[in-house]
Design a protein around this ligand. Structure first.
Ligand code: AMP
Length: 608
């Protein structure tokens, strides 16, 4: 299809009422996604047949109008029954879409668009549905609820939109989507939008869509073109210090810091706040009201930094972020794509930063391969560099500060008098010293955090280059302890499952280092100070009827070792952690023991 032929909304076949609204919104020309999607849906293509659409596009590309305009144009306003359904992953996106559609529908008389989402009164949503609506914009969970109560009638839906489909799947809505699709008449048109195209999305497209036209805005699985990707390599224990230095080095930063867990989010945010940074947090434990307040403050730039989990940040649509900071890399490439796609929008450049420790280098290489982009290695700014930058920023602010002549005039005279003995040069020196002294004190005695390039080369020994399964007996990261857990890939364990289990059961925030998954069991590293709490709190937890065992991998091997040498069975009755492991494991022998028998250095000692 030649989209060059569609340079106006009129040529796209948009009707007068919608044209009027679009003009009022200041849309002069269709954006590329609109020029490509709208004619396909309205059947204005060469073959004249309307088709389903799979759109690979990020937020900010104009996709709401791409699906919204044709959807509104196809409505029969005489009949107040739901004819179009838009599914979106979060309440915020749901509200945003509904509000955009309302703007487009400004001159469609009587057109009713209803957002329905969890976390707000279902009663009033049922009432609104009973009165009659034309378009429902819903989060999947709430819609299922309304369907089960017989309040949402989908029998006349003729257009279905799945927006941010990859997000909906990663939030676990797959079954809900299947159930909703099963409740819609088979004769309907579908538009599916997704930033990435993982296999489950391809499955939905194959299963539920009819010969869809695939439209890609930008390249598949590619970070936005105007985003620089930079990584900083530090020891795991230095991640927070590196974060602060990076933030200090960019005094005008306006960005989101993504953490892997809710607990980590809370901890990083409260440390930053305690240390005087203009930061706050967004995570799943906040009430809707608290979330709205934080988002509002961030949107208005009253906050410079937002520390968030991926899920909590989903509804937040801010166009001019200067930086995204990945406090550790996410496990899924899609998550990285989503995070980094939040900067570099609206024609501006942005930077996506990853603060990683050495063990995350392999993951970084995977992301680079899939994005087709090379990350630049950043040098964690030294105290001197930060001080220079902050002082320059101070000078810049001095130059640009708005002087409220009238208000300040009466206050100045005693100050002039007090400082009159100082030369201009002295005065500048003193103003700058106010900031300089603060910085010097703050960074006194601080060391460089960067892992020198030489050292990272040395780390590329055959040991560290291997896949996890062959690399489980290495020493933990400095400051970390390696723990054993009696769950492995066979139990469906992924790094995220381990993180979720820790998050849900350990009473304190736990920084997790490397995770190695094996078939029957796994290893993960935690900071030394947290190890005993993790072992204690995880010892009462069950995973699908199976008692979880977490033990210190090193002390466990030593203990097994000693027991073996003595050749006695006394320890059977001892209540040592590893003893419990053997008792409760579903496997015949301790998997950990099996591992050391076959691979570990210590098994050799036992034989001797
Ligand atoms: P979306 O990806 O739908 O969230 O749209 C991103 C931004 O682009 C929103 O602020 C829209 O209002 C704006 N927008 C959408 N279409 C156009 C257009 N044709 N011309 C100018 N702005 C647009």
């Amino acid at each position: 299809m030649n989209t060059d032929t569609f340079s106006t909304f009129e040529e796209l076949g948009i009707n007068d009422a919608l044209l009027h609204a679009v003009e009022e919104l200041g849309y002069v020309q269709p954006m590329p996604i609109q020029a490509q999607v709208i004619p396909v849906i309205l059947g204005l293509t060469d073959d004249g047949v309307a088709r389903d659409v799979v759109g690979l596009a990020q937020t900010g590309t104009g996709k709401t109008a791409a699906f919204g305009l044709p959807l509104l144009q196809e409505l029969d306003l005489e009949r107040a029954v739901p004819q179009s359904l838009v599914l979106a992953p979060t309440r915020e996106l749901c509200l945003q879409i509904a509000s955009d559609l309302q703007d487009y529908a400004k001159y469609l008389p009587g057109c009713t668009i209803l957002p329905v989402y969890g976390g707000s009164s279902i009663g009033s949503q049922i009432g609104a549905l009973r009165k009659g609506v034309h378009v429902i914009v819903a989060t999947p969970g709430r819609l299922i609820d309304l369907m089960e109560r017989g309040a949402a009638d989908l029998s006349e839906i003729s257009t279905l939109v799945l927006d941010e489909a990859d997000e909906m799947l990663s939030m676990g809505f797959s079954d809900d989507i299947d159930a909703i699709l099963a409740g819609i008449p088979s004769e309907h048109r579908t538009m599916l939008f997704s930033a990435t195209m993982p296999a489950p999305i391809a499955r939905i497209s194959q299963q539920y869509m009819h010969n869809p036209v695939e439209i890609t805005i930008g390249h598949k699985n590619e970070g936005a073109a105007n985003v620089n990707h930079v990584y900083y390599l530090v020891h795991a224990k230095d991640k927070y210090a590196a974060l602060k230095r990076i933030v200090d080095y960019y005094p005008s930063i306006y960005g989101i810091i993504f953490c892997r867990t809710k607990a980590e989010t809370q901890e990083i945010a409260s440390q930053l706040m305690n240390e005087g940074y203009n930061a706050d947090t967004l995570h799943g434990d906040l009430s809707q009201q608290q979330r709205d307040l934080v988002m509002q403050k961030f949107r208005m730039r009253h906050l410079q930094l937002l520390v968030a989990t991926d899920v909590a940040a989903r509804g937040l649509d801010v166009d001019d972020l200067t930086h995204i900071i990945n406090y550790g890399l996410p496990d899924d490439l899609e998550v990285y794509t989503h995070r980094s796609g939040r900067t570099g929008r609206a024609g501006k450049r942005g930077t996506s930063i990853a603060i990683i420790h050495t063990r995350e280098k392999r993951k970084l290489a995977e992301i680079e391969r899939t994005l087709g982009k090379t990350f630049e290695r950043g040098t964690v700014p030294t105290a001197r560099k930060i001080t220079e930058k902050q002082l320059f920023n101070l000078a810049d602010r001095l130059e640009k500060v708005e002087v409220q002549e009238e208000e300040i005039a009466p206050l100045l005279s005693p100050i002039y008098k007090k400082l009159s003995w100082l030369s201009t040069e002295d005065l500048i020196k003193r103003i700058v010293s106010l900031e300089f002294n603060r910085m010097i004190n703050f960074y006194k005695g601080s060391e460089d955090l960067d892992i020198p390039v030489e050292q990272t080369k040395r780390e590329k020994s055959p040991r560290s280059g291997r896949q996890p399964s062959g690399n489980v007996s290495h020493a933990p990261e400095p400051g970390y302890v390696r723990l054993f857990i009696n769950l492995g890939k066979r139990d469906g364990i992924r790094p995220k499952v381990i993180m979720d289990l820790l998050n849900a059961n350990v009473q304190r925030h736990v920084a997790v280092g490397r995770i190695d998954l094996l078939t029957n069991f796994s290893f993960f590293e935690v900071l030394q100070k947290d190890a005993r709490f993790v072992i204690k709190d995880m010892s009462h937890v069950f995973f699908h009827d199976r008692r979880i065992i977490v033990e210190n991998a090193d002390s466990m091997s030593a203990e097994e070792d000693g027991r073996q040498r003595k050749g006695k069975d006394k320890s059977r009755n001892a209540e040592s952690p590893s003893r419990r492991s053997r008792k409760s494991s579903q496997e015949a022998d301790s998997p950990f023991w099996e591992f050391y028998k076959s691979n570990g250095k210590k098994s050799k000692k036992r034989k001797g």
